[in-house]
Write a protein that binds this ligand. Structure first.
Ligand code: NAD
Length: 285
């Protein structure tokens, strides 16, 4: 391996420590940041994510309020709960863990969250704000990718960045963020004709495909920076990314591991958004 490892755990830990200090300052001014976490149904992966979010809140000093609802909950009941949380001054952030059960319309639920409490950054008002350069909440995984690059002192401005994947939660927002950082951005997806030819031009690659070990070292330019957003299981059931780590590490200058790369950053940036929400709503400058 010749690439330098980007340690997401370490970077996420330092962000959480910075936030812990900010929360202590907020508390000194009488504000305790509050995050409402809503989980509908008993999806085991979601349960793990929600528990990790609660643990991070506890560490930083954010008060988390947990709403674990049965899978049979009616959409109208969930909308009512969000309405109540929108009006609750002790709650600064509202997070609805996705995916929701099939009988619920995810877009309708997201639209109900007050955009000033939308710490996941999924509300169309926040998505729109990102695309025209206004203040708003940036969704957590894409924001985490940018922090990994910046805190590893990797220049983004003027670089050829290739994002593989165009989803609403990763591919599109991370592309907007890279553009905001003055990169030249290419977005590839399932209909891209010659992915390897595009990847070979890339200084920075963001992989968000959802296919285990999809990007191989032979597809990279020597010295490329590789950020792997993927969380998959390989044929043996082991956690792996969208990037074939061994072969890519031989070609890349920097690379993120899976686990321990982008994953921990998602939670750190959620905590960042909660503290930002509390600061904004508390009227503190
Ligand atoms: P998605 O399924 O919504 O989107 C996948 C994208 O990959 C699509 O836009 C599709 O066009 C593209 N794609 C599919 N086949 C392709 C091909 N052959 N060539 C090029 N592009 C192709 O997935 P997502 O929600 O964006 O997630 C992507 C990965 O990131 C998944 O592994 C997911 O588990 C992971 N993820 C991780 C975090 C985290 O916190 N680290 C957060 C969100 C998602």
């Amino acid at each position: 391996m010749s690439a330098e490892l980007i340690d997401g755990k370490l970077i996420a830990a330092s962000i959480k420590d910075e936030l812990k200090e900010k929360v202590a300052n907020l508390m000194a001014q009488g504000i305790t940041p509050g995050l409402a976490v809503i989980l509908v149904g008993d999806n085991s992966a979601s349960q793990v994510y929600v528990n990790n979010k609660k643990k991070a809140c506890e560490y930083i000093g954010i008060k988390s309020f947990s709403y674990e609802l049965p899978a049979t909950t009616k959409e109208a009941e969930l909308l009512e709960l969000i309405e109540a949380l929108n009006g609750d001054q002790t709650i600064h952030g509202i997070l609805v863990q996705l995916p929701l059960p099939k009988h619920m319309d995810e877009q309708k639920i997201i639209l109900k969250i007050n955009p000033t409490k939308d710490v996941d950054g999924f509300h169309p008002q926040n998505v729109g704000a990102l695309s025209i350069g206004l203040e708003g909440f940036v969704s957590c995984t894409p924001a985490g990718v940018i922090q990994l690059l910046k805190r590893s002192h990797i220049d983004i401005a003027g670089k050829q960045c290739v994002v593989v994947g165009r989803s609403n939660i990763v591919g599109k927002p991370v592309s907007m963020l890279l553009l905001r950082e003055h990169a030249t951005v290419t977005i590839c997806h399932s209909r891209t004709k010659d992915l390897t030819a595009v990847l070979r031009q890339a200084d920075i690659i963001i992989a968000a495909v959802g296919i285990p070990k999809f990007i191989h070292g032979t597809m990279l330019k020597q010295g490329a920076v590789v950020i792997d957003v993927g969380i998959n299981r390989d044929e043996t059931g082991k956690l792996c990314g969208d990037v074939d780590f061994e072969s890519c590490a031989l070609q890349a200058s920097y690379i993120t591991p899976v686990p321990g790369g982008v994953g921990p950053m998602t939670i750190a940036m959620l905590m960042y958004n909660c503290v930002l929400a509390a600061t904004n709503q508390g009227g503190i400058i």
